[in-house]
Write a protein that binds this ligand. Structure first.
Ligand SMILES: [Zn+2]
Length: 154
């Protein structure tokens, strides 16, 4: 059974990577394959907070092994990293919901293209600005489709 944050052994005294306060190292050894959350925290800290390229993290992974052994953080900083990672995860979920919503809106507008062709001569159908916005959107959509096909075929 994998050790949890609460039952694993604490080792030597270390300095927190972020705030430089004294902390107890929770790392066992380089081959330790547990501490999945701590590994994710370290990778998250490096990749998304400190903007270290993934290629560099891959080098660290090859050279130093388990990310949970790369650096020590105190409990306060560990909580801060976890909260920030949770926020990032929630933001990604919300972003996906937003993207899905935009796609639904676009799909609806594109799907009504045929109907629009039929009623577009009717000036009472919508305000001039609404017709203009619709045309700009559809022209851009068609242009993007053509460019996309061109990219695939060239
Ligand atoms: Zn700290």
């Amino acid at each position: 059974m994998a050790p949890t944050r609460s039952n694993r052994q604490l080792r030597s005294k270390q300095t927190c990577f972020l705030c430089l306060s004294s902390t107890l190292s929770k790392k066992l050894d380089d081959s330790e394959e547990y501490y999945f959350d701590e590994q994710l925290d370290v990778v998250f800290l490096l990749r998304y907070c400190l903007k270290i390229p993934s290629s560099q993290c891959e080098v660290y992974l090859r050279e130093y092994g388990n990310p949970s052994t790369w650096l020590d953080v105190c409990e306060n900083c560990e909580s801060m990293i976890q909260e920030t990672r949770d926020s990032y995860t929630n933001a990604q979920k919300l972003l996906q919901i937003f993207k899905n919503g935009v796609k639904l809106i676009e799909t609806k507008l594109v799907a009504s293209f045929k109907d629009y062709a039929v009623i577009s001569d009717d000036n009472t159908w919508a305000t001039p600005l609404a017709r203009k916005i619709r045309q700009i959107f559809l022209h851009r959509k068609i242009l993007n489709s053509i460019l996309c096909v061109h990219k695939i075929t060239s």
